[in-house]
Design a protein around this ligand. Structure first.
Ligand code: SF4
Length: 416
């Protein structure tokens, strides 16, 4: 079953009812999401989730060359009606959900007029129920230029946003048609959003055509300078059907029929500079970004910048699982790791100066635990794929003088 479920799910169910055991159900039609029914949240084992997913819109008006969202969902954002969206939240509220909710929109602010209508309806709904959930979503960087929208999001209890920044290299942004990221200073935009009260996580990519050596280092430096704690860093992948895929296909540079947007995946096309250099930069900077101390310092700096919520705290329940996680973080980062010298003074300072959000500071610190292990997996898998790539395609890779293997992959390092 492919494409949008409003159309293809009924086709699949009908085929099942006819006793068919296989088939392919697709459509090129874009359904009207104002007719989408409320998800059957009551069928879920809600306690098994930390975050619930809801959706307000599909599609994005921009034209980034590598993006499959605009291929799958179109460039004209389709939004639900505010009352329809509130009915979904109401259902979750009645089921007792009090944890976070992620709005899985491709670009939440793709239709700013409609999103403001929604937020103006959501604001009193949240207030009447004493802000039962924290919300987060994905948005384009131009969010920073709309103070009204930022204010509304914070007033509706949004506490974080994921931004597709990709790279600080303006030439690469222009080449990949991500023009919206070239109009204003990216660093200032990130800072503006954080100061309004939204924590920023962001996606970064290396491997764009024409990219100059050191792109990975510039990404890592940008992340440090912008105090972005969570940076999702990966190598560029050509996704089927995208403008990038079509261009590379024409140029005969695609290496396999599939794609995998995963941080452990090597590029699936022949890049314009040495793949060994890109892989080395990638792994080295992935290590650097998720060094336990670097991560803790970035998190601390982001929370110092962060505007506090304008409303009362949400009603998140504190349970035994949460307490145990908190004690684990304090033990690992505050006692056994090299972070111990900074962990306690930072934590105390945040508790005193940001009393409404110190738990979120600790939750963000906790995410380092995943990346400390994961960076080793990234290194091993990239190395393995690189060996295969080089043994299969030794002559296809243009190697720039002085670049190949100039930056060796990092040695295995202890996790402390
Ligand atoms: S802004 Fe994001 S969702 Fe929109 S086209 Fe670009 S990458 Fe895709």
């Amino acid at each position: 079953m492919l494409d949008e479920g409003e159309i293809t799910l009924p086709l699949w169910v009908e085929a099942l009812a006819r006793g068919e055991t296989k088939g392919k159900f697709t459509t090129t039609e874009k359904p009207d999401v104002t007719k989408t029914p409320i998800p059957r949240y009551e069928l879920l084992e809600l306690n098994a989730y930390d975050n619930m997913s809801v959706q307000f819109s599909r599609g994005c008006p921009f034209q980034c060359e590598f993006c499959d969202i605009i291929v799958l969902y179109g460039r004209k954002p389709r939004t639900k009606a505010p009352e329809q969206f509130l009915a979904e939240l109401q259902r979750l509220y009645e089921l007792g959900w009090r944890r976070s909710i992620f709005l899985v929109d491709d670009n939440f602010i793709g239709n700013k007029r409609n999103v403001k209508l929604l937020l103006n309806a959501l604001k009193p709904w949240m207030k009447e129920r004493n802000y039962p959930f924290y919300l987060s979503t994905e948005a384009s960087v131009d969010l920073a230029q709309d103070a009204e929208l930022l204010e509304l999001m914070v007033e509706c209890n949004f506490n974080s946003v994921f931004l597709g920044i990709e790279t600080p290299d303006t030439d690469s942004l222009a080449l990949t048609k991500k023009f919206q990221n070239t109009r204003n200073s990216l660093q200032t935009s990130v800072e503006t959003i954080i100061r309004h009260g939204l924590r920023v996580t962001a996606g970064f990519i290396i491997g764009f055509d024409g990219e100059k050596p050191g792109a990975g280092d510039r990404v890592a430096q940008f992340v440090e300078d912008s105090a972005i704690a969570l940076a999702m860093f990966s190598m560029l992948q050509a996704l089927p059907g995208t403008a990038l895929w079509k261009r590379l296909e024409q140029e005969g540079r695609l290496l396999n029929a599939g794609a995998n947007i995963n941080q452990t995946t090597l590029m699936n096309f022949i890049p314009s500079r040495s793949i060994e250099a890109i892989a080395a930069e990638y792994v080295r900077n992935f290590y650097q970004l998720y060094d336990a101390e670097n991560y803790l310092k970035r998190t601390y700096r982001q929370f110092l910048l962060l505007g506090e919520p304008k409303q009362k705290k949400g009603q998140r329940q504190v349970d035994w699982v949460g307490i145990r996680a908190l004690l684990t973080i304090c033990w690992r980062q505050g006692v056994i790791r090299k972070t111990r010298w900074h962990f306690w003074p930072y934590l105390l300072h945040i508790i005193v100066t940001k009393p409404k959000i110190w738990q979120y500071y600790l939750s963000t610190c906790a995410l380092a635990e995943h990346f400390l292990d994961y960076r080793q997996i990234v290194r091993e898998q990239i190395e393995t794929q690189l060996q295969t790539y080089l043994s299969l395609k030794p002559l296809a890779v243009p190697v720039e003088a002085g670049e190949s293997l100039a930056a060796p992959l990092p040695e295995q390092v202890p996790m402390r």
